[in-house]
Ligand binder design. Structure first.
Ligand SMILES: C[S@@+](CC[C@H](N)C(=O)[O-])C[C@H]1O[C@@H](n2cnc3c(N)ncnc32)[C@H](O)[C@@H]1O
Length: 293
């Protein structure tokens, strides 16, 4: 089978991307935001400030993920989505530092890690809206205090602990019914060649545990999952607004999707190798059929 190269295709800029995508009528919300220069500038400065703050913590989460986290959290805030946050695998606190500024007054970020690595004093300088649960995810998954916090509902969970099959499966099972409507679950090292068991554990959970979750996006070695019912809420954002926001932040990316099957309809996103690369993968082979909502 002929595989399209990234160089093939014809979309290159945000306004033309909409033309190329040819989606069914986007929501007014999306229409208002596409190509909105002020929104892009606001997002860029927020991204740069948070990246700088987060990168003061030694850690593994990269700049593209910083921007994607913030873009998704902005979308949640604009739509009134509330709920606690959870992070399994904190290390010194880089990824916690990305989201901590977004934790609202009635919300808490639950941090789970069995090591003494987390720099809690430095995190507290950003916000004190977190609680540390010291212990393994596996052990903490029965901890009364943690469960009572998570039971109130979570809008953003980040899974970056041991990455073993059972670790990922345990954390997904723990969070399955605790991710709120319009909440997100993020699995780290998803797609990393060193941790293929993360993918195996993810699909084990999705396809054998009567899960209500599905993969929305794969980017920068992380999988972003939402509830199946929320796919129509998040998909237009990923398709139409996220690439523009990232481009505005200096992160020029392309989207890929080569099937739209109800059993898997997620998007992938990656940095372009050259500015002239197209915005959408495979248009020259399949047309825009996979970029319709
Ligand atoms: C990859 S680091 C986390 C990186 C961090 N999220 C970041 O972006 O900088 C993994 C962390 O998970 C912790 N860890 C490993 N296995 C764990 C487990 N089973 N339960 C809880 N924490 C675990 C380690 O102590 C380490 O701090």
């Amino acid at each position: 089978m002929v595989r399209p190269t990234l160089q093939n295709g014809s979309c290159s800029a945000v306004p033309s991307m909409r033309r190329c995508i040819g989606t069914a009528s986007p929501s007014g919300y999306i229409q208002n935001l596409i190509g909105d220069k002020r929104m892009s500038e606001d997002f860029r400065s927020r991204y740069e400030a948070v990246r700088e703050r987060a990168f003061e913590f030694e850690g593994m989460t990269g700049e593209l993920s910083v921007a994607i986290f913030l873009a998704l959290l902005d979308l949640q805030r604009e739509n009134g989505v509330t709920g606690h946050f959870a992070e399994f695998g904190v290390y010194q606190g880089r990824s916690a530092a990305i989201v901590l500024g977004d934790v609202g007054e009635s919300e808490t970020l639950a941090l789970v890690d069995w090591s003494a690595h987390p720099k809690l004093d430095r995190l507290a300088a950003i916000s004190t809206r977190f609680r540390m649960f010291k212990g393994s995810s596996e052990k903490m998954s029965t901890d009364k205090d943690l469960l009572s916090l998570l039971d109130a509902g979570v809008r953003f969970s980040h899974h970056d602990a041991s990455h073993s099959f059972s670790n990922v499966a345990t954390e997904m099972a723990l969070m399955e019914n605790r991710i709120r409507p319009r909440g997100l679950m993020v699995l780290d090292d998803y797609g990393s060649i060193a941790y293929m068991q993360v993918i195996a554990a993810c699909f084990h959970h999705l396809y054998t545990k009567d899960s209500q979750l599905e993969i929305l996006l794969h980017a920068d070695n992380k999988a972003y999952l939402c509830r199946r019912a929320d796919f129509p809420f998040y998909a237009p954002f990923v398709l139409e607004r996220l690439p523009a926001l990232l481009r505005g932040a200096g992160l020029d990316c392309y989207l890929a999707r080569t099937e739209n099957d109800s059993r898997y309809r997620g998007f992938s996103l990656a940095r372009k190798r050259a500015p002239t690369d197209p915005d959408l993968y495979g248009l020259n082979i399949w047309g825009d059929q996979f970029y319709k909502l």
